[in-house]
Design a protein around this ligand. Structure first.
Ligand code: SPV
Ligand code: MG
Length: 550
């Protein structure tokens, strides 16, 4: 097994192959430059280490357990540690060197640990020559150490179990921590190196780096040296470079920084009972979203969730209608069509196209307009106001992609799907079938007529809609169904505000609104040939009872 300083070159793969995390850790540890590993203890702190520019992570036993509220005495099970490590590996692309304590038992536990670490793309493990359950190196004196031969067995077992050639096993010498002399530390380091350790971590709890630097001098770079200067923190890093230390571990500082910050925030809030003091001193909520990659999720949603599913719906159902006795006690939207109110059918069709957040504007007979799963707003002046006034009653629902429908229409699902998927900011469904009976109300003039050419997919734009159009000039009839993108919904809100300012909010109908919108923005028309109906008369109602919306 490779284990010396010339490994880095040996592990360079072909230029076009991305470096694995295993290879990345190996080259950090073996490179002649001084490397740094930053402690992390969960997915978020791992991200913060990466964001700061560190090239590798130390999965600290102390901080992993402390962040679970546990002591650094193997109170956390090794599978709990492994699960946290998996989250850290998922959260970053950095190589992680796990502080594997004593290996959680004997050689057999080390074997299984190393296999599992390789499975989860954890690039290396450091095991220390003490006994399970371990005690943190900075607690107490003269902690018992493992026998050298037995610990060498753990090292060999670990190296024999790695499933990636670049996996790094660091052997940690605790002799100086446990009160033994330099000779013992060097003897152990040499034995561990001979047993296959890729690097030696020489640990010290002195406040000066003297014993570490002495060790490095005598060691003479026989294998990479890793250090943890928590206690001798004042030593200039340059001294580590000169001593040809391979890797410095900042072992617990993200957790300690977090403890100070959390404590400060908690105390201030307890004292002030207000957020004012705190808000500008802490990370904004958007920072959390950014760190956990919400932008990627949004991008994925746009790829995997059909656009239509994001739209809200507004149904204008305030008018009484004129279906004789059927519309005395209730408005026409509640007239029964094959066992269901007309409005319920419409709501189901919208829902089938993913429009689920629906607001119904009620007016005539409002107490009879009750449907499960829709919100209602009321136009109590429905008798003397027009459609725009009703729409304005639902102004709060015009937010993000929005579908607007008359409450007395039925249409095949594909029509709404086409509106939602066409990519227009405002899209109107227009029927080009020959006009039946009397002139229809919502006629439309576009910039070009329907051609029937299925290869012609350039957009058709609205020029004018309304009652004042000569049927002979009309290119079709608006079906009472329109879809707005988030931007289109913004234009719609602006236009409603403009109509209010001009004093026409109460009188304006939707076709006139579309004409106004078309004067400022592209209002796209999608032509259809039938497959919809509105229920204005009893004849229409009879037809509605046989209409299929599928
Ligand atoms: C850890 O970070 O858990 C370590 C380093 O083992 S130390 O706490 O210094 O022992
Ligand atoms: Mg530890």
């Amino acid at each position: 097994m490779l284990g010396t300083l010339d490994i880095a070159a040996a592990n360079q793969g072909p230029a076009d192959r991305p470096q694995t995390r295993f290879a990345a850790l190996r080259s950090l540890i073996t490179s002649p430059q001084l490397s740094f590993l930053m402690e992390a203890h969960n997915g978020l702190s791992a991200k913060i280490a990466q964001e700061a520019g560190f090239a590798g992570i130390w999965g600290s036993g102390l901080t992993l357990s402390a962040s679970m509220g546990l002591r650094d005495s193997n109170e956390a099970s090794w599978t709990q540690v492994l699960e946290t490590l998996e989250l850290m590996a998922d959260a970053t692309s950095l190589p992680i060197l796990l502080d594997g304590d004593t290996g959680y038992g004997n050689f057999n536990n080390v074997r299984r640990l190393v296999k599992k670490l390789c499975d989860r793309k954890v690039a290396g493990v450091c095991i220390e020559d003490k006994l399970f359950p371990k005690t943190n190196s900075f607690i107490g004196e003269a902690q018992p150490m493992a026998e050298i031969d037995e610990f060498c067995g753990r090292i060999k077992a670990g190296k024999d179990s790695q499933t990636d050639d670049d996996f790094v096993l660091v052997a940690r010498v605790e002799a100086l921590i446990c009160g033994h002399d330099m000779g013992e530390a060097l003897r152990r380091a040499a034995a561990y190196h001979a047993a296959g350790a890729d690097a030696i971590l020489i640990h010290s709890k002195q406040s000066s780096a003297a014993e570490i630097l002495k060790f490095a001098q005598v060691w003479e770079n026989r294998a990479p040296l890793v250090i943890v200067p928590t206690k001798y923190y004042a030593t200039p890093t340059e001294q580590f470079r000169q001593a040809r230390i391979s890797t410095v571990i900042w072992a617990n500082h993200l957790l300690r920084g977090a403890i100070s910050a959390m404590r400060e925030v908690a105390r201030t809030l307890k004292r002030e009972e207000s957020l004012v003091e705190i808000e500008h001193r802490i990370a904004p909520v958007d920072d959390i979203f950014r760190l956990v990659g919400n932008d990627e999720l949004e991008e994925a949603e746009s790829r995997y969730i059909p656009r239509k599913s994001l739209a809200r719906g507004i149904i204008l159902a305030a008018s009484q209608g004129a279906l004789g006795a059927l519309t005395v006690a209730k408005p026409k939207c509640m007239v029964d069509v094959r066992g269901q109110p007309l409005l319920q059918r419409l709501v189901s069709t919208l829902a089938a196209s993913g429009v689920r957040n629906i607001t119904v504007v009620r007016g005539y007979g409002k107490e009879t307009v009750k449907l499960v799963g829709v919100q209602t707003v009321d136009n109590d002046r429905h008798a003397e106001t027009g459609e725009l006034y009703s729409l304005n009653c639902a102004a709060a629902a015009i937010e993000g992609p929005t579908v607007i429908a008359y409450g007395d229409i039925l249409f095949r699902k594909y029509i709404l799907d086409n509106l939602l998927e066409c990519g227009a900011d405002i899209a109107l469904a227009v029927d080009v079938s020959p006009l039946k009976g009397e002139a229809r109300r919502d006629l439309v003039i576009a910039d070009r007529p329907y051609t029937g050419d299925i290869l012609d997919d350039s957009p058709v734009l609205l020029k004018q809609a309304g009652t004042d159009i000569n049927p002979g000039e009309a290119h079709g009839e608006w079906m009472g169904l329109a879809a707005f993108s988030a931007r289109g919904a913004g234009w719609l809100r602006d236009e409603i505000a403009r109509a209010r300012a001009e004093g026409v909010l109460e009188s304006c109908d939707l076709p006139r609104l579309f004409t106004r919108l078309a004067a400022r923005h592209p209002v796209q028309i999608l032509y259809f040939t039938g497959h919809w109906m509105d229920v204005d008369t009893l004849v229409d109602l009879a037809a509605a009872r046989t209409f299929s919306g599928a």
